[in-house]
Ligand binder design. Structure first.
Ligand code: HSE
Length: 348
């Protein structure tokens, strides 16, 4: 038996297009192997335009049109719905929130979340703002309505950092988490070790699409602090925001610092950490000199990694991509399949 899930996409940027590629390439396989059919029925993107088609949109046509024209405005299903109107009126079971991240207010995404939950839709998101700032409120709202919020893509994109802790490590007590949670800064540090200047390495990280629209969020550690807050709130029962995370970025590291670490068999990494002692949870992001023997020292380029310190396994480290079109598109797919596994389809 196949269950169909109708998806309303808020945002059709890199991640939305990655999801469309995945659904185009794997749709038949997902139906065959998992009994799940995911159909895009609406898109709302302030720059590319909005579409509504209760019968479903062809992912290839969406990708062709955006590739050719840069927007969706000439599509037969084009309409003038904004995000809120789309949430209220689209034929949708799941709202996929992929609008831009605002780490100060969490808006407009948090308003989209509240509205989608009110309407009875599950949510899948890659947007760090609402989860870093309002996780507890949103999780309670969803639970009251028997709805699911999937947010795997907010930390390490599709690399299952959150799901590994909440499923595979279920039963272990996690006392500490540390990780390389920002690809841009890890790329810059790796390039500087190879002799590049900070400015050239940052420019290259922007060109390759790792950096946030404003890279200050990466290099000053705000992006990593948001991910640390998410890890603390979701996995350690904390109630902290990015502003509660002690934070220092990589902008004060000099080529001399990098060289002196190298001469002493170590290297600088921007490490996000959370630890718990009793009820007290402390969280930080700061550059640390890691000995080359440490598993996080060998993680280079834009790759991310997280180490969970557990009571029964000791340290468990997961390494993988932390950004990218398919890697983040896959995060959305993994949350959609999780909703499917939990079989809670709400028909509107
Ligand atoms: N700018 C982020 C990074 C993207 O460099 O890791 C993923 O959140």
């Amino acid at each position: 038996m196949t269950t169909t899930y109708r998806l309303a996409l808020l945002g059709f940027g890199v991640v939305g297009q990655g999801l469309a590629e995945i659904l185009r390439d794997k749709g038949a396989q997902l139906e065959r192997e998992h009994g799940a059919r995911f159909v895009i029925t609406a898109i709302a993107d302030p720059l590319k335009g909005s579409l509504s088609a209760p019968e479903g949109l062809d992912p290839q046509e969406l990708l062709d049109r955006v590739g050719r024209e840069g927007n969706l405005r000439g599509h037969a299903a084009a309409c003038d719905w904004d995000a809120l109107h789309t949430i209220d009126h689209a034929a949708a079971d799941v709202v996929v929130e992929m609008t831009y991240t605002d780490l100060k207010t969490g808006e407009p995404a948090t308003t989209h979340f509240r509205r989608a939950l009110q309407r009875g839709c599950h949510i899948v998101t890659t947007n760090k703002g609402p989860i870093a700032l309002h996780y507890r409120e949103l999780a309670e709202l969803a639970a009251q309505r028997n709805l699911i919020i999937g947010y795997e893509g907010t930390v390490m994109s599709g690399t299952p950092s959150l799901r590994m802790a909440t499923t595979a490590l279920r039963g272990c007590a996690i006392s500490a988490i540390s990780g390389i949670l920002n690809g841009t800064t890890n790329y810059i540090l790796t390039q500087m070790e190879a002799g590049a200047t900070y400015e050239a390495a940052l420019q290259e990280a922007q060109r390759l699409g790792y950096a946030e629209a404003d890279p200050t969020g990466d290099v000053e550690g705000h992006d990593a602090a948001a991910k640390v807050a998410i890890l603390a709130n979701v996995l350690m029962g904390a109630s902290i925001g990015p502003a509660d995370v002690e934070r220092e970025g990589i902008t004060r590291l000099t080529p001399q610092d990098i060289e002196s670490a190298r001469s002493e068999n170590s290297r600088w990494k921007l490490i996000g950490s959370v630890s718990r002692e009793g009820e007290r949870v402390s969280a930080s992001v700061r550059p640390q000199r890691m000995p080359l023997t440490h598993p996080l020292a060998s993680v280079s380029g834009p790759i991310n990694a997280v180490t969970y310190t557990t009571d029964m396994l000791g340290d468990v480290t997961l390494v993988g991509p932390g950004a990218g079109k398919l890697a983040t598109g896959f995060a959305v797919l993994s949350d959609l399949l999780d909703i499917h596994a939990r079989r809670r389809v709400i028909r509107l």
